[in-house]
Design a protein around this ligand. Sequence first.
Ligand SMILES: NC(=O)c1ccc[n+]([C@@H]2O[C@H](COP(=O)([O-])OP(=O)(O)OC[C@H]3O[C@@H](n4cnc5c(N)ncnc54)[C@H](OP(=O)(O)O)[C@@H]3O)[C@@H](O)[C@H]2O)c1
Length: 359
Amino acid sequence: MKSNGRRSRVVVITGASAGVGRATVREFARQGAWIGLIARSREGLEGARREVEAAGGRAVALPTDVAHPEQVEAAAAAVERQLGPIDVWVNNAMVSVLSPAMQITPEEFRRVTDVTYLGYVYGTLAALRRMQPRDHGVIVQVGSALAYRSIPLQSAYCGAKHAVQGFVDSLRSELIHDGSHVHITTVQLPAVNTPQFSWIKSRMPRHPQPVPPIYQPEVIARAICWASHNRRREVCVGLPTVKAIVGNKFIPGLLDRYLAWIGYGAQQTDEPIDSNRPHNLFAPLPGDYGAHGRFDEGAREASLQFWMNRRRAWLGAGLAGVAAYVAYRMYGRQDDHSRDHRSVSVSDQGIRMREETDE
Ligand SMILES: NC(=O)c1ccc[n+]([C@@H]2O[C@H](COP(=O)([O-])OP(=O)(O)OC[C@H]3O[C@@H](n4cnc5c(N)ncnc54)[C@H](OP(=O)(O)O)[C@@H]3O)[C@@H](O)[C@H]2O)c1
């Protein structure tokens, strides 16, 4: 309970132990939320729980594999038992395999789909089972520019991200059909500096990296919190996200070729890696990785595009005002001038007519 007597918002975050999810935990905690923390790593979850409590909030750590619907359901029930009715559910957990599609095994495709797609479905349904009867709540899907524009070496992940889009669009129409006030929104991300690149399974020779420009997870965390307060259908973060989505709409064939050309190199640093390096596809790695990856240098701390996106109503109104003023200066003045001119010539004619009559 907050000091003003109002109940703290109860938020559930999947993939809360690291990366974007961990930064989002911190941002919601800063806003006074109570948080249900879902991920597999006990160490990462405990680290996140301590951070929420240090910020003065409450958190419950729930070791859960989101690929298993019964575990997700049990975690949702535990949050409501311990923290109260869920107001916001953030689906964020992911795994990926960096590899040419031909080398990804059926088991790996299934695992990426189970976590990165079905994990979102199970989370959404667990949230809806509680939000629908109360006709209240927000579900935030953490998406990606790659949900619109796939890139090479990430076929399993891109397929799962596209699938989330298909699921959400269908569900949103059902919610509208039912007259529900439960809101579902997607935050589409650019490349982010998270531990992902240190622990995804890779068959490539060099260390994985996000395709630059890279943003810090705090930029994304702020956008996710903002999206949970505002009823937008979709929130894009970062100009690269907008460029990928718009570009794919108009020049998809050209992008196929461009990505074939740059996509392999842009997803790897120059540093060779061990082909047997430990990965987190089926089980978490030991340790608490926190929010940031190893790409702090040069990572962006803010997004001008998102700043403008948040203020788009004001900026739109301002632009319309400026356009109306410019139009008035250019055409309104001309009209006034020609009206003046006409009235002079009419009165000239009038004078002339009067002069003719006098004669
Ligand atoms: N980083 C980027 O460049 C980027 C770009 C666009 C979109 N995104 C999106 O941002 C979101 C977060 O990505 P990230 O980069 O922060 O990833 P990350 O650093 O790899 O973190 C992934 C999180 O998911 C958890 N997780 C993995 N498998 C799980 C499972 N089976 N059950 C429960 N939790 C599981 C991990 O914790 P445990 O290992 O403890 O389970 C971790 O907390 C994803 O939805 C991703 O699509 C990221």
